[in-house]
Design a protein. Structure first.
Length: 731
């Protein structure tokens, strides 16, 4: 075969460690471009792959590509090194990494969502008038607007098709076709804003950032600013500098719930000056596909999105911002288990782009990197408008009766706030009515058959539900073990808290914001609008209400059961508790009135709560870091978790022990812990075991993982293996 054959390197969307080479037939040579999807033969079947590189060679023994699935590339060549490095670092097949990065509908065999088009009408130079009244009305509208879409004309006139057809025949208007983007944010009302005068601390931070933004090249910075310090304003002004240089900005947020308010703020600031695209899983397939293509074409100046937006195909990125960088939701928990914050730093290194991390409670590794000089450390020590941080009080609940969720101080503060017409937030970080239903006679509870954990009782929908696999069961009328008729909800979730608040304050306008009340499209935005309009007196919710929201009318924050995250068996429990309490406390007193925070706890002396109450991040950092150093956990250690799962518990346990034995002895500097059952020993019907690899230095951990990679068949048939490098959750 000739050396002039065109050969494609393809990453197949299958669990393959290596890429494959395929022959490009002459009839597909033009269409086969880097970044398109291909249909290729794989064994006895056909699979979807992604074209990564083209070269010339003999092509001897190679199978040919069967089909090119896309008319234009889905990602630019500049993203391929990021895909390769991420696949290597997280030990995940390259084709599946790319499939995860792409919008839904583009990662499999199916065709992409259809491209929508619309007709635009414009006036011609002929200024004569048509005979019909409706024709004149529609023509006047088109002449005034210069160009009008058919969608807009339909909203103004009933059945405009016949008049439009006649106007075209008369030569008074022209028509052209244009692609119509599915953008759910285009219909939002714009309120162009005048940028506020920066506070002195903001000006200092911007001056420190200016060399990074103007000179380009990779450098990371950590913006540590207290809640309400104006980090978003710093982001906006930094992005203005980047746009002036003709480059794009990427802004990552940890939760979809934070997207509406941030998008609104950005659109109001940059209206008429910059185009904004949004990428997150809450969009429809068509909306996300359109946004992705818009970004890939360079038609988006600013991209805002959640975790997966780190792969946005921007041609000329000039700045990457990771807001609330401490949030664990930046870590993917299944499949390709990447951390978007860490990939932001990697992408910045590879593409020569500055990366700005921001948080009121930075993750310990991020803060330590900054103190060690690996990142520029920036401070916003006070609130932007000069308001004081809220006063925080810890309420010892050991003397409070279990029959009530609200202590007297919190109930009294809520009553006083209602009388003054001020808004309150009450946080309980557990959804549902109660975490379990218990028989009063024999103590029987109701457990998920797939996960072997208690089913959460949801009173509003009258069901018992597993929050891991979504198994559901209607509550029985009697105990299936003893026949007892008294089945009591034990513990409390947001539903129960909402009910108690309604009973205590029947005149109050209450709302509950958690995963159960925000499933409908646009639900997050409606909650934001109602709060800002003053239509809610008390907002109850999970951690969803604690992050990033700016509600100037909120002067009181209450926290029920602050110990919930503290008691979780995880070395990060203290850090998570401190961050959650600091973040929710920061929702109070952001307007003209001072704020107050009441935290109910059974452990008021715990250092995480004490430092949160005094807004003392540095004190918490020092104390938590001492514990981490003693135990050898991040940032003084590096971890990788190997999770084995399968239908047969004995086979999974045997496979885990055999794998641990094959890994030993580990290279110097690394140790192996386990195997042991996972905290959730059964999940979605699968028995689970874990092996933890631990090392004081990252190179030692990589050597241990290299040893694992060299194993020919690490687990037998019937057992699945997931590798989680730098795990955030180890349940």
């Amino acid at each position: 075969m000739s050396d002039a054959c065109l050969i494609a390197e393809v990453a197949v969307a299958a669990p393959l460690k290596k890429t494959l080479s395929y022959l490009v037939p002459p009839e597909l040579a033009v269409a086969a471009r880097i970044g398109v999807r291909l249909r290729v033969p794989l064994g006895r079947r056909r699979a979807v792959g992604f074209l990564l590189e083209l070269s010339r060679g003999s092509g001897e023994g190679l199978k040919a590509i069967a089909e090119v699935l896309d008319d234009e590339p889905l990602f630019p060549p500049a993203l391929i090194p990021l895909f390769r490095r991420a696949a290597g670092y997280y030990l995940h097949p390259l084709g599946q990494v790319i499939a995860t990065a792409l919008p839904a509908g583009l990662s499999g065999r199916g065709s992409a969502p259809p491209i929508l088009r619309e007709t635009l009408y414009a006036p011609t130079e002929d200024e004569s008038e048509p005979p019909g009244r409706r024709q004149r009305q529609i023509l006047d509208c088109i002449r005034q607007a210069k160009e009008v879409s058919l969608t807009e004309l339909r909203s103004r006139f009933d059945a405009p098709h016949a008049p439009l057809k006649r106007l075209l025949e008369l030569g008074l208007i022209s028509a052209r076709q244009q692609e119509r983007l599915r953008d759910p944010f285009l219909s939002w009302p714009l309120q162009p804003e005048t940028p506020p005068e920066p506070a002195p601390a903001q000006l200092r931070v911007l001056e420190q950032l200016r060399p990074l933004l103007e000179q380009g090249g990779f450098r990371s910075a950590l913006l540590h600013g207290v809640t309400g310090s104006g980090k978003t304003e710093v982001y906006l002004r930094a992005i203005e500098t980047v746009l002036e240089r003709g480059r794009q900005a990427l802004v990552l947020v940890p939760e979809i719930a934070l997207t509406p308010q941030l998008v609104g703020r950005f659109r109001n600031r940059f209206t008429g000056r910059a185009k904004i695209s949004v990428l997150h899983s809450g969009l429809s397939d068509g909306e996300r596909y359109d946004a992705w293509r818009n970004v890939a074409r360079g038609e988006a100046d600013i991209v805002i999105g959640a975790r997966s937006a780190i792969f946005a195909p921007m041609p000329e990125p000039g700045l990457i911002i990771v807001d609330e960088e401490h949030e664990t939701s930046y870590k993917q928990s299944e499949g390709f288990r990447y951390n978007a914050r860490d990939l932001a730093l990697l992408r910045g290194q590879q593409q020569g782009v500055p990366v700005l991390l921001g948080s009121a409670t930075p993750a310990l590794p991020s803060y330590r990197r900054a103190l060690d000089g690996e990142a520029l450390l920036l401070h916003l020590p006070g609130r932007a408008a000069g308001q004081p941080l809220p006063e925080v009080e810890l309420i010892d609940m050991t003397a409070t009766p279990f029959r009530t969720l609200l202590s007297d101080p919190l109930a009294g503060a809520l009553e006083a706030n209602l009388q003054r017409g001020e808004q309150s937030l009450v946080l309980l970080n557990r959804r549902g009515f109660a975490p379990y239903l218990l028989c009063a006679d024999c103590g029987q509870d109701f457990r998920c058959p797939n996960c072997e954990i208690s089913l959460t009782y949801h009173r509003g929908r009258l069901l018992l539900r597993c929050h891991y696999c979504d198994y559901q069961l209607p509550p029985p009328e009697s105990c299936p073990r003893c026949g007892g008729s008294q089945l009591d909800p034990e513990g409390a979730g947001t539903e129960r808290l909402e009910l108690e608040l309604k009973e205590r304050f029947p005149e109050a306008r209450l709302a509950r914001m958690d995963r159960d009340t925000t499933t409908a499209r646009g639900a997050h935005r409606r909650f934001m609008e109602r709060m800002l309009a003053g239509e809610i007196d008390i907002l109850v919710g999970t951690q969803m209400i604690a992050k990033g929201h700016d509600f100037p009318g909120v002067t009181l924050v209450g926290v029920v059961n602050a110990d919930a995250t503290l008691n979780f068996p995880d070395f990060r429990a203290g850090e998570r508790t401190f961050a959650l309490l600091s973040q929710v406390a920061g929702r109070a007193g952001r307007g003209t009135l001072p704020g107050r925070v009441l935290i109910q706890t059974y452990a008021p002396e715990h250092y995480a709560l004490q430092h949160a109450a005094s807004h003392d991040y540095a004190g918490f950092y020092r104390q938590e870091l001492a514990l981490r150093r003693e135990l050898g956990y991040p940032p003084y250690g590096f971890l990788a978790n190997l999770v084995l799962s399968g239908n047969d518990p004995q086979r999974v346990e045997r496979a885990a022990r055999e794998l641990a034995g094959r890994l030993l002895p580990l290279p110097p500097g690394a140790e192996l812990l386990g195997p042991v059952p996972c905290l959730l020993a059964k999940l979605r019907g699968k028995a689970r075991m874990q092996i933890l690899l631990k090392a004081a230095q990252r190179p030692a951990l990589r050597r241990a993982l290299d040893r694992f990679e060299q194993l020919s068949r690490p687990v037998p048939n019937g057992v699945a293996l997931a590798v989680d490098v730098d795990p955030v959750d180890m349940f």
